[in-house]
Ligand binder design. Structure first.
Ligand SMILES: C[S@@+](CC[C@H](N)C(=O)[O-])C[C@H]1O[C@@H](n2cnc3c(N)ncnc32)[C@H](O)[C@@H]1O
Length: 319
């Protein structure tokens, strides 16, 4: 294995992390579920989840593809069947939401439609984020599939949203100066390049999927990047809020929540993935860094600026 390969793997010693996992066989209260991973089939847990304990629900379900999740096979079905399958667990999850909660659901171009249909039955749809995932399998008789849709919905009109927490630092190609010579809404850093902090849009092009040389990478086949979760968590939750992820996978939501001082609860059917999540949570005790996000700023994809000291970053022109 290349020395630069940072993929997190599970070895024998990690089996001891199993002691942190829980299973539900009776009604659980919110306090008991705080910062816990439930190793169980989501459908089995639904009757035991408490009411109104979730501030932010993030859902990354299996997409409608034939996929092997470490032995657990997801079989592709038609759109209507996928919609019914989603409804079968989404409807019972609604009781867990606080009236002020926000909900994000991931999809690809195909499942975007059934996901919208289910969400719009119960919630107020606020937006659809399009994430340019970049990497995708090349196709000879079709367009390469390299974006995902993330639907954003809320329970009511009363919801939290903090745009200031998710501004992106972007290059300014034509930096405009006011008549008095002052920069208009931009600043330079030590390399002389002009940058601006921009409001986040619903088109996300600054996030790659985790790959082998990134310290957050695991062997989970559909792992989401921590930077993507950081945007959602910072925009739609406050410190100490509780974030539920019912298809936790390798634990990205829980790990990012922990790094950003939020509480989490995750549900995952696969034991190895639960262990990966626990291992990453343990690592997050000593390393809270999130690749692509530093000192409250999101950086453009592949930018090397994040290695600059914050002092240098914020040396405004001439000041
Ligand atoms: C798309 S992946 C989520 C990946 C995750 N966001 C991450 O960053 O690693 C979906 C996950 O749902 C899990 N899963 C599938 N069916 C499940 C069920 N009925 N209950 C709980 N987990 C399930 C799979 O094992 C898989 O890890």
């Amino acid at each position: 294995m290349s020395k630069r390969n940072k993929t997190i793997q599970i070895d024998r010693a990690d089996n001891s992390l199993s002691k942190n996992l829980i299973r539900l066989s009776e009604k659980a209260d919110a306090h008991f579920l705080k910062n816990k991973i439930i190793h169980q089939d989501l459908l089995e847990t639904l009757p035991f989840l408490p009411e109104k304990f979730v501030d932010l629900l993030f859902i990354d379900p299996p997409y409608n593809l034939n996929k092997n999740f470490n032995g657990q096979i997801f079989k592709s079905m038609n759109n209507k069947e996928y919609e019914n399958w989603m409804d079968s667990w989404f409807n019972p999850l609604l009781k867990t939401l606080k009236p002020t909660a926000s909900v994000y659901v991931c999809s690809d171009w195909k499942t975007s439609i059934p996901v919208y249909n289910v969400l719009s039955k119960y919630l107020k749809i606020r937006n659809r984020i399009t994430w340019e995932r970049e990497k995708g399998r090349g196709a000879t008789k079709n367009w390469k599939n390299c974006h995902e849709d993330i639907w954003f919905a809320t329970v009511s009109e009363d919801y939290y949203f903090n745009t200031d927490a998710v501004k992106t630092m972007r290059k300014v190609l034509a930096p405009y100066k006011l008549p008095n010579g002052q920069a208009k809404d931009w600043f330079t850093i030590s390399n002389g390049q002009a940058y601006r902090l921009t409001y986040p849009s619903n088109l996300w092009t600054d996030i790659t999927i985790p790959f082998w040389s990134m310290p957050e990478n695991t062997e989970h086949p559909t792992q989401k990047p921590e930077k993507l979760l950081a945007k959602i968590i910072l925009a739609s939750s406050k410190e100490n809020d509780l974030i539920l992820d019912p298809f936790l996978g390798s634990g990205t939501t829980a790990v990012t929540a922990k790094k950003l001082n939020r509480n989490y609860c995750g549900i995952e059917i696969n034991h190895t993935y639960c262990l990966l999540a626990e291992k990453r949570l343990k690592m997050a005790e000593t390393n809270k860094s999130i690749q692509g996000y530093e000192n409250g700023i999101f950086f453009e994809r592949n930018t090397s600026l994040s290695s600059q000291s914050p002092k240098k970053l914020f040396t405004l022109n001439g000041e």
